[in-house]
Design a protein around this ligand. Structure first.
Ligand SMILES: Nc1ncnc2c1ncn2[C@@H]1O[C@H](COP(=O)(O)OP(=O)(O)OP(=O)(O)O)[C@@H](O)[C@H]1O
Length: 934
């Protein structure tokens, strides 16, 4: 049996190896002149950039080699992106596309005393009018709504144990879990402790905090005699959301924005003084805290609250250090993403609100972070795994009293959110993109990285990041890359600039928008780079898709209005935003479709963005599409996201979570992978069970026959070759067993021999799995920051062996079926314009008709139509999504799709072997060390 498996495994290995070699050869020959020229130009420029980095910015290497990314500040965007070099996009001045956006009236804060008084006057009059039965109300607030709903006494309070008096009109409108949240905040308050409110995004953390503060201000207790002056730190984009939430939920309190967009007239000293003496709420941006720290620290504050508090995850940033200098014990941290990249982030958050709880930084890293992270790798030893488990459990117990986190699934019975369907779409590159990608891979930049040559002594790490960022540009749109190459020349054709047909992902966006317009959906599109934002914006303009756009260049004071305008005005199809500005903290429930155009290295950034639509207030089913260019760096980024998700779930949800990914290497980043013999990309092969299969079993079978580009004769030849190798292995194994070797060692040697058979004259020397010779260990170059995770050799082998076992029969079946299933969801190398769909927009009448039709007819969709009907019968709710996917698959724009939740949840299913006693001992030791250190 083992022999059979090994044979099968070998066959697949060889098939893959050969296929890769063929691809490699053809690619080298087929890269165009244009591509090589562009790559040359870019390589030269990048050489200069990296050189300048060294000469001009001596700190860049230091900055880039830090374990987690720095969070320095700029005035407008609060934070630089995690990796400076990753955002080289911003250096490119793209042709300007922005148009003036019409937006609703601006929200005004209470910085100006006069306008505050006017607002209070208006609120009181409206409340009185409502109580008198006048429905001509112009002020919207929770208490007025309470009266309109039939209750009269807005002064009544709900008293909690030990005295907190929450206004009844707020208490009654809170969900049960939110009431628990308010009680928990009150308990922390009484023991003078800080805490972390970490509910999942969109569950109303803001509302819980406001309810609690309103309660405090109604409760005559403590040294402040109720609620004292408070500071709330928040990202600039959400600062006015806080204002409008306060104005709605607790109108009487004064809330001022300490920012140049605020309404205060005099100096900031005066505003700070006023707000302090009136026991108001002072809203400050993360950039503002640096600017005004001296003034702010010169006074005592009752509460300091950090909204999106994960912004202080890096303990070394200026902001992190500054916020930790406030003396009050009442420090709250609000975030839906408490842990994003590494465990040290959790330490930094706790160091703000419960200093000392997790020991010193050094002790925490040594006794907690390192063992947990190590045990998370798939190639960890059993002891490491078990130790990690015990320490993770201990850590979870330690932080649990000070951290309240509820997920949407847990509170679904209360909030009744509609369904969410989240998929990862693997899009093909266009021929032009492939050509440019391959050209760049052959450039001197990449060669020098792989050869570990350090030209001019510039930092290796910076060069790698520049190169990765360049590949990402090609994945987004060839013009971003070409623009960089030909910026100074006149070689840029403004007419064809940014054409959607030249980018695989953009073609998918185009198709999606056309379909959604017909179906009556509205979409958020998030992208990392402003360059891409400009291209997308141009596209929306060219095709008359109505949209609103938000990025760092939009004035902070109008961002909230922009959001409001979009939510209230269904004529806007798209809300286009950069992930970092539009993806954090805001409510965009006007949309029910989300596109994450390009993945961020940090999964939390993408997760934050996608949660803008699926939150309280959403009434329609939400679909999220994460777009990835198949086989490219974007897939590697996604794999890394999965690992990070695993790490944070291990602490926050289930310490038993097991990782299925392990460290990858440098070379694997700089390749363009083709589909394997199953028609899968690397990621879809790994997470096969989560694959979206709208075409039933037929799809898989057909994939196999299509993806395998070998004739039967060739396959037979491969099998013969595999058998020969197998015999050699057997012989070797017998020798091994006669000397009674450790079976693991024997297996390893067997495998190595399988993978590195002695070369035959006509056989190229190929080495797929064991890449010791050719690869630079990636970790050494990028350290923890950029470890990219890949499936383990073991997983890979198991997978292949399993597949190979069934492949013999399948190959036969497939060759029989091949002709009948010509049209399939997976097709290699689609022509660049293959995704174009009918250009004529439907009339209103047609739109209505199509939308109301439960089973729309789709051109060229014979094979999928059947599946669609079946699916519609079973699950009407997601019918739209099936239709969309089938359309994309049929047009070959999308190669594969995975259910994202399935991928992320995979680890939960895995069972672990434990060496419990030793591990518990190690965990106890770690706890002792932490206690001792603090
Ligand atoms: N009890 C409630 N009744 C009515 N609306 C509510 C309630 N709780 C929350 N909401 C609404 O739900 C939406 C999300 O709330 P909020 O912005 O506070 O979420 P969040 O947890 O802070 O999200 P994020 O982490 O994304 O910032 C808001 O529009 C808010 O008004």
């Amino acid at each position: 049996m083992v022999d059979v498996m090994i044979n099968k495994y070998l066959e697949t290995q060889l098939a893959l190896a050969k296929q890769r070699q063929e691809i490699k050869n053809t690619n080298v020959d087929s890269v165009s002149e244009k591509s090589l020229k562009a790559a040359n130009k870019i390589a030269k420029k990048q050489e200069k950039i990296c050189k300048n980095l060294k000469e001009e910015d001596k700190t860049i290497d230091k900055v880039l080699t830090k374990q987690s990314c720095p969070s320095d500040l700029t005035d407008d965007e609060e934070y630089l992106p995690p990796c400076k070099v990753d955002e080289y996009d911003h250096i490119i001045e793209m042709p300007s596309t922005s148009q003036k956006q019409k937006i609703n009236n601006k929200i005004i804060d209470d910085g100006d005393k006069k306008s505050y008084n006017e607002r209070i006057e208006s609120w009181k009059n409206n409340l009185k009018a409502a109580k008198e039965g006048d429905y001509n109300i112009t002020y919207s607030s929770a208490d007025i709504q309470y009266v309109l709903d039939g209750s009269m006494d807005t002064e009544e309070n709900h008293q909690l144990q030990n005295g907190l008096c929450v206004p009844n009109y707020i208490w009654k409108q809170l969900y049960k879990y939110q009431r628990t949240g308010v009680k928990w905040l009150w308990e922390l308050h009484q023991v003078e402790s800080g805490g972390l409110l970490g509910d999942e995004m969109g569950l109303g953390k803001t509302v819980q905090v406001i309810a609690f503060l309103a309660g405090l201000s109604k409760t005559d207790s403590g040294s402040w005699g109720g609620l004292g002056p408070c500071i709330i730190l928040s990202p600039a984009t959400v600062i006015y959301q806080w204002v409008s939430h306060f104005h709605y939920w607790y109108p009487q309190i004064r809330v001022a924005v300490l920012h140049h967009s605020g309404s205060h007239a005099g100096s900031h000293h005066k505003l700070i003084r006023d707000m302090h003496s009136s026991h108001g709420i002072l809203l400050v941006t993360y950039a503002g805290i640096v600017k005004y720290i001296k003034d702010l620290l010169s006074r005592k504050w009752h509460y300091i609250i950090l909204d999106e508090g994960h912004k202080i995850r890096n303990p070394d940033t200026q902001v992190s250090k500054m916020v930790k200098r406030f003396e009050t014990p009442h420090k709250l941290l609000i975030t839906g993403s408490p842990m994003q990249n590494s465990l040290q982030e959790l330490w930094s958050l706790f160091d703000f609100m419960r200093p000392g709880l997790l020991g010193t930084h050094a002790a925490f890293m040594e006794h907690f972070a390192v063992p947990i992270t190590q045990g998370g790798y798939a190639n960890a030893s059993e002891f490491q795994e078990a130790t990690a488990l015990e320490i993770a459990k201990a850590l979870k117990n330690l932080i649990t009293p000070y951290m309240l986190r509820r997920t949407k699934t847990e509170v679904q019975d209360h909030i009744h959110l509609p369904e969410k369907n989240e998929q990862v779409l693997f899009c093909s590159l266009t021929q032009e993109q492939k050509d440019l990608y391959m050209g760049y891979l052959m450039s001197s930049t990449i060669r020098s990285i792989l050869d570990k040559e350090s030209k001019h002594g510039e930092p290796m790490r910076a060069r790698i990041l520049v190169a990765l960022s360049t590949l990402r540009k090609i994945c987004n749109h060839p013009d971003i890359y070409l623009y960089e190459a030909y910026e100074e020349t006149d070689d840029i054709n403004e007419k064809t600039f940014g054409n959607w047909k030249r980018s695989g992902k953009m073609s998918v966006v185009h198709s999606l928008l056309k379909i959604w317009l017909k179906q009556g959906h509205r979409a958020l599109i998030f992208t990392q780079s402003r360059a891409m934002l400009c291209i997308l914006e141009q596209h929306l303009q060219n095709h008359n898709f109505k949209y609103l756009r938000m990025d760092g260049s939009v004035n902070v004071g109008v961002r909230q209005n922009l959001i409001k305008t979009y939510n209230e005005n269904p004529e806007y199809l798209v809300f286009l935003a950069t992930t970092r500005v539009g993806g954090l903290g805001v409510n965009l429930t006007g949309a029910d479709r989300v596109i994450i155009y390009d993945p961020d290295w940090n999964p939390a950034t993408d997760n934050q963005a996608k949660e803008r639509a699926w939150r309280i207030g959403q009434e329609r089913n939400v679909t999220v599409y994460r777009l990835l260019s198949a086989g490219t760096i974007e897939e590697k980024i996604y794999q890394r996201q999965i690992f990070k998700n695993f790490l944070s779930n291990k602490i926050l949800i289930d310490p038993n979570q097991k990782n299925v990914l392990t460290t990858s290497n440098l070379q694997s980043l700089f390749t363009l992978e083709n589909l394997n013999c199953d028609g899968d990309t690397e990621t879809t092969a790994l997470f096969k069970h989560t694959k979206v299969n709208i075409n039933g079993n037929k799809k898989d079978k057909n994939d196999l026959s299509k993806g395998m580009s070998y004739s039967k004769k060739k396959i037979e030849a491969m099998k013969r070759r595999a058998r020969e190798i197998s015999k050699q292995i057997k012989k070797y194994a017998e020798v091994g067993s006669s000397t009674s070797k450790d079976p693991r060692q024997a297996y390893k040697e067997k495998r190595d021999l399988m993978l590195n058979p002695p070369p035959k004259e006509d056989e190229p020397e190929i080495n797929i799995v064991n890449n010791e010779i050719t690869n630079v260990p990636f970790e050494h170059a990028l350290s923890e920051l950029d470890i990219v995770y890949q499936h383990t050799k073991k997983d890979y082998e198991n997978n292949l062996i399993k597949e190979a076992l069934s492949s013999a029969t399948e190959i036969q079946e497939n060759s029989d079926e091949k002709e009948t299933v010509e049209q399939n969801v997976v097709a290699e190398n689609p022509p660049s314009d293959s995704v174009s769909i009918e250009n004529d927009l439907p009339t209103k009448k047609e739109r209505k008709k199509r939308h109301s039709s439960p089973d729309p007819k789709i051109d060229n969709l014979v094979a999928i139509k059947k599946a669609k009907i079946e699916k519609t019968k079973k699950d009407v709710k997601l019918g739209d999504d099936d239709y969309v996917l089938s359309k994309l698959f049929a047009k070959s724009a999308v190669k594969n799709a995975l259910h994202h939740d399935g991928v992320v949840g995979l680890a939960e299913k895995e069972k672990r072997h434990r060496i419990k006693e030793d591990a518990i001992k190690a965990a106890k030791k770690a706890i002792r060390a932490i206690k001792f250190s603090s």
